[in-house]
Design a binder for this molecule. Structure first.
Ligand SMILES: [Zn+2]
Length: 154
């Protein structure tokens, strides 16, 4: 397979804005019922166990005020390894609640300090509202690869 336009940079696939919008439209247009009747058993892609179709999956989404827990989502969950597969309808609900833009009060940039160590700088207004003096510990609760909640220990 040849890629005509991209020179030898990273192999990370990048979605264009148009592709993302199209995907969102397709997902929003889809059904909110499970693809299969509830209770249907399908093989788990992860462990080969039994995935049971359900309309009662949960998903936690980080928002500025805390967490939104979505319940009653259609999909399937493995009875052995607990891995979850959301139906398109569930993904639509998750996307709706996540919003198209990242909801944030402040933005900081991740910078490379030295070697593989990454760092971020706290701008003055962020330090002020969090009352950071430089001696605190930060506890990160990772929700998924794109979201985390941060708690300051003084
Ligand atoms: Zn499994």
């Amino acid at each position: 397979m040849k890629k005509p336009e991209s020179p030898s940079r990273t192999e990370t696939p990048t979605l264009t804005r148009e592709q993302i919008d199209l995907t969102r439209k397709l997902v929003f247009a889809s059904s909110r019922e499970p693809l299969l009747p509830t209770g249907t058993i399908t093989p788990c892609q992860v462990c080969g166990g039994e995935m049971v179709t359900t309309n009662n999956l949960k998903k936690a989404i980080a928002v500025p005020m805390g967490l939104v827990i979505l319940v009653g989502l259609p999909g399937a969950q493995c009875t052995r390894c607990r891995s979850v597969a959301y139906d398109a309808g569930a993904l639509a609900m998750i996307l709706e609640h996540s919003g198209s833009e990242i909801v944030a009060d402040y933005e900081t940039r991740v910078t490379r300090a030295s070697g593989n160590t990454l760092g971020t700088y706290f701008k003055a207004d962020l330090s002020r509202v969090l009352r950071l003096s430089g001696k605190e510990k930060l506890h990160w609760k990772v929700l998924d690869e794109d979201r985390a909640l941060l708690e300051v220990e003084r």
